[in-house]
Design a protein around this ligand. Structure first.
Ligand code: AMP
Length: 115
């Protein structure tokens, strides 16, 4: 049996975190080590998918729901503009293998991917 991820443990209440938004399938927390003025994590409650490629193949509707929730929290907690990042694979910086989207906002226009 694999260990529950840190996100599953947060959902179970075993690790403290404020849940900023929640639907039947998805929840949102602040990243503990923010990389931007706004840095939220959109996380499926299910830990079945390790990364976004598995999620897209297995449950595209859940991926679409994550994007919709990302937009909603970017409006509720920021100015509505955001960057959505899925680190995919350890070599790309993924450390938690329970798929999650980073919602980054605030002062990103000059960033390396910002054009
Ligand atoms: P990644 O490196 O893309 O797998 O993203 C995992 C993210 O989870 C990192 O940005 C961490 O800072 C964040 N993280 C890890 N533990 C916690 C926690 N207990 N609460 C909030 N964010 C966390």
């Amino acid at each position: 049996m694999t260990e529950p991820s840190v996100f599953t443990r947060i959902l179970r209440g075993e690790i403290p975190a404020e849940i900023l938004a929640e639907t039947e399938n998805v929840f949102v927390i602040r990243d503990i080590a923010p990389q931007a003025p706004l840095h939220l994590l959109v996380i499926p409650k299910s830990g079945d998918y390790r990364d976004v490629t598995e999620l897209a193949a297995g449950d595209p509707a859940l991926l679409a729901e994550m994007v919709a929730i990302a937009k909603r929290v970017a409006i509720d907690y920021g100015d509505g503009d955001f960057r959505l990042v899925f680190n995919t694979g350890a070599g790309a910086g993924q450390t938690v293998f329970h798929v999650h989207a980073h919602v980054l906002g605030g002062g990103l226009a000059e960033g390396s991917l910002g054009g």
